[in-house]
Design a protein. Structure first.
Ligand SMILES: Cc1ncc(COP(=O)(O)O)c(C=O)c1O
Length: 413
């Protein structure tokens, strides 16, 4: 008897019917066990920001780890990391988790106690914990896309929640729809959780308006910066645009792929972390924090947050040229997102379907590029087109397979 890794389609990349056997990574590249090389624009679905197996990252992280893996409570390393967080409130508290699903759950638990209301409004993907789930929304598609609201898997039997714990989805990103939800279900709703990536589908004023609306309705507003933290700025749009939510969730890129997520609260709410018993065995583990300390140091020393806007523009132009040379400009548009640390390819009807997006993603795979369509692709600081690591070695042959016509349109990166 032996075990196999259970298939999980979102994490499994296939190419021409073959499941990729990813074995190692170096900078922006991934390698399979047989040596096949891929340009990685998935970055572990967002966490990898410095690049794979960066020698300096590895050395500095293992220096911290020489002191031990996990103690009876949070360590001096946790304190050092928390003290260096940006001042999004004059005084803040920071709780540590391994995943953002946990941190969002913690935020909702604390807010339910504060407001004595268990209902939640959700905007954007906020984690896989069942209690957050109602029929799945394709949160990364544009608000007007007919595919945005769909049952992800028909008859999927998620436990979900109902009654006074109901989850309401704010899908269309219109402020009046949020206000209507708050007016109509105000007796139930204690928390609004907004994935700040939704800003990329409209603009930052949407998030600012949501924060104001929630404050006016006495509802806790949680900004979920999981995808944006460590990419647009260490604490995402909250830091970059001086937003004033009640709580912030950070995750993914803050630790370059090591498991770490944070719940940030103003100092006077910090006591609720203990009172509500949020956190588990590994919340005090040191590896994620060591990686986050080093990620902060390297992003600052290597000017990561200054590199991304330039890097993102370069990729956007590269993709746009490929699209134009194939006469596909009326079918697909390319958008630099996440302050240049991500790229979103948006298909127009009739291609904006699950099949259309998969075919498009497959077209990139034929060129040795692992990227995402219907979800932003991500860059690490080394993925510089024309930079020393990539020059002359990669081509974007955009979408020729989607059209099923083999018109070559190579664009040198
Ligand atoms: C905005 C947002 N919140 C929460 C999560 C869940 O994070 P995790 O997978 O670390 O539980 C994700 C994951 O993609 C996310 O994008």
């Amino acid at each position: 008897m032996s075990f196999e890794v259970a298939p999980r389609s979102i994490a499994d990349f296939h190419h021409r019917g073959r499941r990729l056997r990813l074995d190692s990574g170096s900078g922006p590249w991934l390698f399979e066990a047989d040596g096949t090389r891929w340009l990685d624009l998935v970055c572990g679905y967002g966490p990898v920001i410095i690049g794979h197996s960066d020698p300096e990252f590895l050395t500095l992280t293992s220096d911290h780890m020489a002191k031990g893996q996990q103690f009876a409570s949070c360590s001096t390393l946790h304190e050092m990391y928390a003290e260096g967080l940006p001042d999004i409130w004059p005084m803040g508290s920071c709780a540590f988790f391994k995943t953002s699903s946990e941190a969002v759950t913690a935020a909702v638990r604390i807010s339910s106690r504060l407001t004595s209301k268990k209902g939640v409004v959700r905007c954007g993907f906020t984690g896989w914990h069942d209690v957050q789930q109602s029929p799945r929304i394709a949160w990364h598609l544009m608000p007007q896309s007919p595919e945005r609201v769909r049952k992800f898997v028909p008859n999927m039997t998620l436990r979900g929640v109902s009654g006074d714990e109901a989850v309401f989805d704010w899908v269309d990103l219109r402020p009046d729809s949020l206000e209507e939800l708050l007016n109509r279900h105000g007796s139930l709703i204690g928390t609004v959780v907004v994935d700040t990536y939704q800003e990329e589908l409209t603009d930052i004023e949407l998030i600012r308006t949501a924060v104001d609306l929630c404050k006016r309705h006495d509802v806790t507003i949680v900004l979920d910066e999981t995808k944006t933290s460590g990419r647009v700025a260490e604490m995402g749009f909250t830091e970059q645009k001086s937003l004033q939510p009640d709580m912030v969730v950070a995750g993914k890129a803050i630790a370059n792929g090591a498991p770490l997520s944070l719940l940030l609260l103003p100092r006077h709410l910090g006591q609720y972390v203990e009172k509500n018993r949020v956190g588990g065995t590994h919340s005090k583990e040191r590896f994620g924090v060591a990686a986050a300390v080093v990620t902060r140091e390297l992003m600052s020393r290597r000017q990561g947050y200054e590199i991304f806007p330039v890097l993102g523009k370069t990729w956007e132009i590269t993709y746009r040229r490929a699209i134009e040379s194939l006469d596909l400009s009326n079918r697909v548009t390319v958008h630099s997102v996440l302050g240049g640390a991500g790229l979103d390819l948006r298909l127009a009807a009739p291609d904006d379907t699950h099949e259309g997006r998969s075919a498009f993603q497959g077209a990139f795979a034929t060129q040795g590029i692992l990227s995402l369509v219907g979800h932003p692709s991500f860059f690490d600081t080394g993925a510089y087109p024309g930079g020393p690591r990539l020059v002359g070695t990669t081509r974007v042959r955009c979408a020729s397979e989607m059209e099923n016509q083999h018109r070559p349109a190579d664009v040198m990166i």
